[in-house]
Design a binder for this molecule. Structure first.
Ligand code: GTP
Ligand code: ZN
Length: 298
């Protein structure tokens, strides 16, 4: 029987596909290996279900977007969990994940957790000024969680955050049996979870949620694939100023007459966001476009 679905997880050559009829365990057999490559979590697939209830993948639909690490496709949203309570989140980490998401055309939002301890006012103001959705909540008390729940409805969202920020507490509040649902998290009694690269989607309220093991999983590897001159577009609040720099091709780092730097001076762009931009700018390699094309085909 022919069906369609979405890959929730892949383990040892088997893919678990969410379909109208439930989850089907599949092997990959399609021709796509030569074109799109290996199936990844989040892929929308066509499958053939056999008499014994197992299936095989026939086709992978073209991806709306995909991340390298965690390897996941077709995300609608990256949710960055952060806090000014302990362990305080460094804005640079938030900005890096936002930049990666923006570069891939994935929307992002910031969730400020532990608001029972600290209202994270500084981070709140920064990300409000950027123009992305910001939520303040407490996974411990439940305050503010419903607003996030509403926002997530129907979306495929990946969660990221520094260790100890309360990501698992929040996921468990959103999906009461989240810990039980994911193999990843059952490893957590040990410290194994932090080294695993495994990513898994859990169906949630018409959408999906992926837990990803910490910020480190959003590796510089994918940042390396951002062309230096594209980085400016990954900071959405820079956009109104980009055409106003004195020199075309302005990198907004040291140049005279830079409208971005003027906007930072005037308090229109947050200093920490600009600092993150400069730090990322220095870190991305001088990739040439042809090399980028080659690497992305790999
Ligand atoms: N006061 C308060 N404590 C919280 C809140 N959310 C989580 N915590 C506590 O913060 C600690 C870390 O929470 P976790 O949910 O394990 O954090 P995590 O981000 O999943 O951390 P890793 O497993 O290291 O990735 C735990 O002791 C939680 O009880 C909150 O909203 N308020
Ligand atoms: Zn400039």
């Amino acid at each position: 029987m022919y069906m369609e679905g979405r890959i929730l997880k892949g383990i040892g050559g088997f893919y678990y596909v969410d379909t109208k009829e439930g989850v089907v365990e599949c092997k990959a057999r399609g021709k796509f290996r030569k074109t799109i490559g290996k199936p990844i979590v989040g892929d929308l697939v066509e499958l053939e279900v056999q008499a014994d209830g197992t299936g095989y993948l026939l086709e992978i639909k073209s991806r709306k977007n995909s991340l390298i690490r965690p390897a996941v496709a077709n995300l609608d949203l990256v949710v960055i969990v952060a806090t000014e309570a302990q362990p305080k989140t460094e804005p640079f980490l938030i900005d890096k994940v936002i930049a990666i998401a923006e570069n891939k055309g994935i929307d992002s939002c910031v969730v400020l957790n532990k608001c029972d301890l600290n209202d994270s006012q500084e981070l709140y103001e920064i990300y409000k000024s950027v123009g992305i959705e910001v939520f303040r909540l407490s996974a411990a008390t439940g305050e503010g969680v419903e607003e996030l729940r509403t926002f997530l409805r129907g979306k495929a969202a990946a969660f990221a955050g520094n260790s100890g920020v309360g990501k698992s507490s929040l996921l468990n509040r959103l999906i009461p049996d989240f810990a039980a649902e994911t193999g990843t998290i059952s490893d957590r009694i040990g410290r194994g979870r932090h080294t695993t690269r495994h990513v898994e989607l859990v169906p949630y309220d018409g959408g999906y949620i992926a837990d990803t093991p910490g910020f480190s999983s959003f590796d510089t590897e994918q940042m390396d694939l951002v062309l230096r001159e594209d980085l400016q577009y990954a900071f959405r609040e820079f956009e109104p100023y980009l055409m106003q720099c004195q020199f075309t091709g302005c990198a907004h780092v040291k140049e005279k007459g830079c409208a971005i730097r003027a906007a930072v001076e005037a308090g229109e762009i947050a200093q920490s966001r600009y600092d993150s931009y400069v730090k990322l700018y220095e870190s991305v390699k001088d990739l040439k476009e042809w090399k980028l094309g080659k690497e992305q085909k790999r």
